[in-house]
Design a protein around this ligand. Structure first.
Ligand SMILES: Nc1nc2c(ncn2[C@@H]2O[C@H](COP(=O)(O)OP(=O)(O)O)[C@@H](O)[C@H]2O)c(=O)[nH]1
Ligand SMILES: [Mg+2]
Ligand SMILES: [Zn+2]
Length: 340
């Protein structure tokens, strides 16, 4: 059945045996495969073997989704293919069917290791593999040292030092993409995501983007909405607008993957529900004391854990807790004021 030459034009968009197999399980004969490039309100722009099409969708897909497209009576997303990964922040889908999440942070401002760690949790939770991309290495004299610091905190994750200004590390980013992989860029606004994208795009495509944008006075590739870009050297990139905050609600699965070393050592704690703060027999605290675990990394872990516990509490439990807090508060207000 595969390969089906009719769909060869989709290969640069990430079409491969895996997608073809998924497609074959859900699509009907009158459908054609397409990949979602962008979504606005009730419509989306999809890329088919024949080109770009605006399509209606009853259930909105997200950027990166593979879909079965019906063309009669008008183009419409008939089926969203089962996703093998989805990057999600607080229930909001940012990208689907990605293989890599580039966690982007720039070196022209103080490193926010906590934020990187939180983005790594989201990245791991998506089902894709995270890679940290440190940008603007040209703007930091101690870039190498900063990269080492990040490496120590991002266990099991490749850290790539880049500069769009002088081209450093761009080949390493490209190497991650080249075997027809799809990656999404995650990181705060101003981190240099779009500049890196432009660097990876061919001159023609970058110019085409600029020309499209010139009409709306933005002048260059900016990210008003996520979209999907084919990288000439191979692979697909999804640019996202900068996230202001990185909420972790629902990302429990990502925590275990982002902190495998701490979770493994935590197996040795005396108490199953050890919080690794000051419990007796805590293996994590012992590992910090002996230098086996990084103290700041453990602090991030416990912070993230606390936040997830807070977000997964039943609403009634939270209400009861708040009620209790109010009662205590009132009782305290009723206490006679301390004499000075
Ligand atoms: N010095 C330096 N500045 C950069 C580099 N990459 C991006 N910038 C600048 O950083 C700013 C934000 O870049 P942009 O790509 O728009 O960030 P985004 O919001 O993450 O898409 C722009 O003014 C860029 O010119 C780099 O490698 N070196
Ligand atoms: Mg941008
Ligand atoms: Zn413990």
């Amino acid at each position: 059945m595969f390969p089906d030459a009719r769909f060869d034009a989709l290969i640069p968009l990430g079409w491969d045996d895996r997608v073809a197999a998924l497609y074959a399980t859900v699509a009907e004969a009158h459908h054609q495969p397409a990949r979602v490039g962008r979504v606005d309100r009730d419509r989306c722009t999809v890329r088919t073997a024949g080109g770009q099409v605006r399509a209606m969708a009853e259930v909105l897909p997200t950027t990166g989704d593979w879909v079965a497209l019906a063309s009669e009576p008008r183009p419409a997303v008939a089926i969203i293919l089962p996703r093998w990964s989805a990057l999600e922040r607080e229930g909001q889908l940012l990208a689907a069917d990605i293989d890599i999440v580039f966690v982007v942070a720039s070196l022209d401002r103080p490193l926010n290791l906590n934020r990187i760690e939180r983005e790594l949790v989201l990245a791991w939770d998506s089902g894709a593999r995270p890679v940290v991309v440190l940008t603007k290495a040209d703007a930091a004299p101690d870039a190498e040292v900063l990269a080492k610091t990040v490496e120590a905190r991002a266990v099991g994750v490749d850290v790539v030092l880049t500069s769009a200004a002088n081209g450093l590390g761009v080949d390493r980013v490209q190497a991650h993409l080249r075997p027809n992989r799809t990656a999404v860029l995650l990181g705060p606004s101003g981190a240099g995501k779009s500049t890196l994208v432009n660097r990876l795009l061919s001159e023609e495509e970058a110019q085409a983007t600029a020309a499209v944008r010139a009409g709306d006075h933005k002048g260059r590739h900016t990210t008003s909405s996520r979209h999907l870009l084919v990288i000439p050297g191979g692979g697909v990139l999804i640019d996202t607008p900068g996230l202001r905050s990185v909420g972790l609600t629902g990302a429990e699965g990502g925590v275990a993957l982002a902190f495998p070393d701490i979770e493994a050592i935590g197996e040795g704690c005396r108490f199953r529900d050890c919080r690794h703060v000051n419990e007796p027999g805590c293996a994590v605290v012992a590992a910090v004391a002996s230098g086996r675990l990084d103290r700041d990394r453990v602090a991030s872990y416990t912070k993230v854990q606390g936040e997830l516990e807070e977000s997964t509490k039943e609403p009634w439990a939270k209400a009861a807790e708040n009620r209790q807090a109010r009662i205590v508060h009132r009782a305290m207000n009723k206490l006679p004021k301390k004499k000075r």
